[in-house]
Each structure stands twice: as C-alpha cells, then as structure tokens.
Design a protein around this ligand. Structure first.
Ligand code: ADP
Length: 226
C-alpha cells in the first residue's frame, strides 16, 4: 500500500541524509506515494458520503472544456514524473453543462486513471465531447485490454474488480466506477460502456445539456445590449 512505501522511504531518508541524490529520489517517491494515499482516502470518504446520501451536488453552469481542463490538471498531479499523451476533442462551440464541477472532475479523473491503468504499454487516451439535442456525451477512450461483455454491468458495482491476471498487477479499490456511476446519476445522467477484449474501452458520461452561464453583475450581457 502507499503507506508501506511511505514508511520505508521515510526510514531511508532518515539513514541517508548525507546523500543528495538518494534524498532526491526518496522525496520524489514520497511525493508520489502521498498523492496516491490521499487519492485513496478521498475515494473512500467520497463513497461513504455517497452511501449515506450526503454527497450534495452544487450545480452551476460550466463549459465542458473548463471542467475537462481542470480534470486533466488534477489527473496529471497524480502522475508525478510520468507524461501521458491525452488528446481532447471538443466541438467548436462552447458546450454548456449544469454540473457540480468538482464532482464531474472526480468522475473524469477516475475514468482517466483507469484508461491509463488498463490502457496497455503505451496508452493512447482521448477525451471526446459530443452533443445531442438534449444531452452532452463526455467520453474517455483508451486502446487497452478492453472488457468482456459479461463484465460490463458488474464492473460498476462497488469493490468489484474484473478477475484476470492483470488484476494482481494493477492496483485499485474497485470503487472508481461505482463513484463515476453515482456522480452521473446524481446529475440525472448515466454511464455507457463500449468495449471488447483487446479492442480498448470507451466510457461515456451522458448528461443533460446545460444553459450558458448568466453574466455576472456589471458584465455586459450581449443580448441586453442589443
Ligand atoms: P479499480 O480500477 O480500482 O479496480 P474500478 O471500479 O475503477 O476499480 O474498475 C473496476 C474494474 O473494471 C477494474 O478492476 C477493471 O477490471 C475494469 N476496468 C475499469 N476501467 C477499465 C478500462 N478502461 N479498461 C479495462 N478494464 C477496465
């Protein structure tokens, strides 16, 4: 667990205080491991609040691109020292959502984390936004190991992890997708999955379309001015 390696590297630091290179390596690992630990704790607390019906969503008008950029920043902060190539495809016009920005960010970070974890040796990950008349579709696509059809429902259950050889090598709690699903439903939306073994996976959060934010007081409203 992250805590085990934190203790180990703190011990190492203690004994190698005079070696600058070793100190640098220890600090880098500690930085990464504490980020992992706090992500896990956040997840558990989040799930606890959701189960208790206490996760309140503070809905506001946001653009999809703002939320996605915030999610990408948060995701990159958990990947210390690793650069991933993640492409973003957005429509030209701003896409408005009525969402709790932090909750949607959490959902996207969970999907991005999985896309990288199960994305194979060199994951190719894309975030794609498309619109329908009444809905916005936010997809996270990877070209990794994929998921057999019989698992498509089960993987959204809490603490469920698909039982294959990879499971033992890739760490996780089995809570990520349960949280994503809870957040989507909390926004009157849903999560869809397209995936076949060996063909990668696309997880899509489908949300109702939102309306453009009203201008703040003092800002000129184009419609009023016209
Ligand atoms: P965790 O990743 O912590 O095990 P999740 O709830 O996020 O838990 O995912 C549940 C299971 O779904 C994973 O154990 C994995 O088997 C499968 N899974 C999730 N995302 C992907 C993906 N992008 N590609 C392949 N399998 C996935």
């Amino acid at each position: 667990t992250p805590l085990t390696s934190i203790r180990m590297f703190v011990d190492m630091l203690h004994h190698n205080q005079n070696d600058p290179e070793e100190t640098r390596v220890c600090l880098e690992v500690l930085h990464k491991e504490t980020a992992r630990l706090s992500q896990r704790i956040e997840r558990l607390l989040d799930w606890g609040r959701m189960e208790a019906g206490r996760r309140v969503y503070d809905l506001k008008s946001e653009t999809a691109s703002d939320v996605i950029n915030q999610a990408l920043d948060a995701f990159r902060a958990t990947q210390v020292g690793i650069e991933h190539d993640i492409t973003v495809e957005l429509p030209d016009e701003p896409v408005w959502l009525n969402v709790d920005r932090n909750a949607l960010e959490d959902a996207l970070v969970n999907l991005l984390t999985n896309a990288i974890k199960y994305g194979g040796d060199e994951p190719n990950v894309a975030v794609i936004v498309t619109t329908e008349e009444r809905h916005v579709r936010l997809s996270v696509r990877d070209d990794g190991i994929g998921i057999p059809r019989r698992e498509h429902k089960r993987i959204f259950q809490k603490f469920y992890r698909h039982d294959d050889s990879l499971k033992r090598e890739v760490e996780g709690s089995g809570l990520g997708l349960a949280i994503v699903r809870h957040i989507a439903i909390g926004h009157r939306g849903r999560v869809e999955l397209q995936s076949e073994p060996g063909q990668g996976s696309t997880f899509t959060i489908v949300l109702p379309r939102g309306q453009a934010a009203k201008p703040e007081r003092g800002e000129t409203d184009v419609a009023d001015a016209a």
